[in-house]
Every structure is written in structure tokens, then in C-alpha cells.
Design a protein around this ligand. Structure first.
Ligand SMILES: C[S@@+](CC[C@H](N)C(=O)[O-])C[C@H]1O[C@@H](n2cnc3c(N)ncnc32)[C@H](O)[C@@H]1O
Length: 250
């Protein structure tokens, strides 16, 4: 992790960032159908946890970053004044907008933009929320994102992050998560063995997925000045971390 997230990325870092954004956009624009039916992938518990945490804050404006087809943005809309759903993939947002219209959700807008280049007015947002998206960012961009989010939030506003939270096997918690995932996949036979190889490759090379541990997220939030930072594991690899920008509650 770099030591100063305020620093403008170097030219090399910018090239890496651009390549990552382009590859995420390509990958996810081709995965809309698969993701829209991802109930089967077992993410329901983390989605419910993130929705419940965010809805309970009754934000005037909630910004969902990496919103996908709306698993968070659509259900929270009933408890928010307004929701802005941001995603790098326009195709994902088109599906999100269709689903919102089908469900009669009228207080939701979409914005196609990478998290790395998102610009929002200072102090204009009540809650920044993100589920299973920030692990796609490079580590330096995760850190910059958290700092920027602190600036977009009004004093007293919250950041709520649900994500795959594990390091690269360096501590016992990581190893327990990895062992449990491997156990589940081994029991699935050859299809599971293929997934073990694919996931191991991704975890080691960090080409598309770059999760960090829950402790690392807590550190990032604290370093960005968030207070009342708390973290909990929701299920296996999935964790939820949240923090409040200092200042009076709304
Ligand atoms: C695993 S899906 C999660 C979608 C949704 N949050 C959910 O919980 O169902 C990851 C989403 O992050 C988006 N994404 C990936 N990289 C991104 C980036 N750099 N900026 C914004 N969105 C990004 C993808 O397009 C995709 O929609």
C-alpha cells in the first residue's frame, strides 16, 4: 500500500489503473446475464447485511459504487431520499435501470464511471455504499477511493463496504477461509477442482480480483479519518466494514 493516498498517481500507476478499468469494463459488460442471476452464487447473506445496514441509516442520498444490476441500489431505494448507482459498465447499469423500472423505483439514477475517477461534490452524500466491487480496484486505488469517499460524505455520513475480505493466506484467518472454500469446491468434483485452480490463480496473480483482509479495510478507513469503524464477518470470505465521517449525525 502506498503511504500517501493524496498523491496523484504516477504515470505508471495511471497506466495500470487505466488497464484495470478497461479490463473490468470489458469483463463485466459481458457478464450481465450471469451476474443478474447470481442468487445462486450464495451472496444473499452479504447483500442482505449491506442492504440492512444502509437502509437503517435512512440516507437522503446514497451512492452505490460498483452497483452492478442493482442488488443493493434497488432494495435500499425505499429507505433513501435518492440513490445514485455508479458502475464502470454501462451494460450493467442498463439492466439495473430496467429492473428498477419494473419494480416502480423512481428515486434512482445511474452514472457510468469507474470508481477510480468518480467525482462528487464535497459533503454532498449521506452514505457511500459498495458491495463486492472494491476488490476489483488496485490496492492504491482502494486507498484513494476511501479518502475520496470521506470528502464526498457530509459530516456524520457513513461508508458501508461489503466485500470478499481475505489476504493472500498470510494469517490463520485467511488460511481458514481458503481451506473452507477449497473443501466446498473439492466436494463438487471436477467442476469444483477447476474452480480451485482458477481461484488460486486469481488470488496469486491478483489480475482481476484483489481482495484485502478485513483488518486492512479497517486500517484504510481509520487512516482516512473515519470514526466508529467496525467490522464483522458475514459468511466465510464475505465481510462488512463501516465507518462514520466525524461530525454531527443528520
Ligand atoms: C461482483 S459485481 C457486484 C455488483 C453489485 N454490487 C452486487 O452486489 O450484486 C462487481 C461490479 O463492480 C463493477 N466494477 C468493477 N470494477 C469497477 C470499477 N473500477 N469502478 C466501478 N465499478 C466497477 C462491475 O462492473 C460489476 O458490476
Amino acid at each position: 500500500m502506498p503511504s500517501d493516498p493524496q498523491t496523484t498517481p504516477t504515470r505508471n500507476a495511471l497506466r495500470g489503473q487505466e488497464a484495470n478499468v478497461a479490463s473490468q469494463r470489458r469483463r463485466w459488460s459481458a457478464a450481465v446475464d450471469r451476474w443478474d442471476h447470481h442468487g445462486v452464487l450464495g451472496l444473499d447473506k452479504i447483500i442482505s447485511a449491506v442492504v440492512d445496514e444502509t437502509a437503517a441509516l435512512h440516507p437522503g442520498l446514497a451512492v452505490d459504487v460498483g452497483a452492478g444490476t442493482g442488488a443493493i441500489a434497488i432494495p435500499i431505494a425505499a429507505s433513501c431520499g435518492r440513490v445514485l448507482a455508479v458502475d464502470v459498465s454501462q451494460a450493467m447499469l442498463d439492466r439495473l435501470a430496467e429492473r428498477a423500472a419494473e419494480q416502480g423505483v423512481g428515486n434512482l439514477e445511474t452514472l457510468a464511471a469507474p470508481a477510480e475517477r468518480l467525482e462528487l461534490a464535497a459533503g454532498s452524500v449521506d452514505v457511500v455504499v459498495s458491495n463486492y466491487a472494491l476488490h476489483h480496484l488496485l490496492d492504491a486505488d482502494k486507498e484513494r477511493f476511501v479518502h475520496q469517499a470521506a470528502g464526498w460524505l457530509r459530516p456524520g455520513g457513513w461508508i458501508v463496504i461489503g466485500d470478499m475480505m481475505l489476504g493472500r493466506g498470510g494469517d490463520s484467518e485467511d488460511r481458514a477461509i481458503i481451506a473452507s472454500k477449497v473443501g466446498v469446491m473439492l466436494r463438487r468434483g471436477p467442476a469444483g477442482w477447476w474452480r480451485i485452480a482458477k481461484n488460486a490463480y486469481r488470488l496469486v496473480t491478483r489480475t482481476a480480483e484483489r481482495p484485502i483482509s478485513m483488518a486492512a479495510w479497517v486500517q484504510l478507513l481509520e487512516a482516512a479519518g473515519f470514526v466508529e469503524v467496525s467490522a464483522r464477518r458475514v459468511v466465510n470470505e464475505a465481510g462488512l466494514v463501516k465507518g462514520r465521517r466525524p461530525g454531527p449525525a443528520a
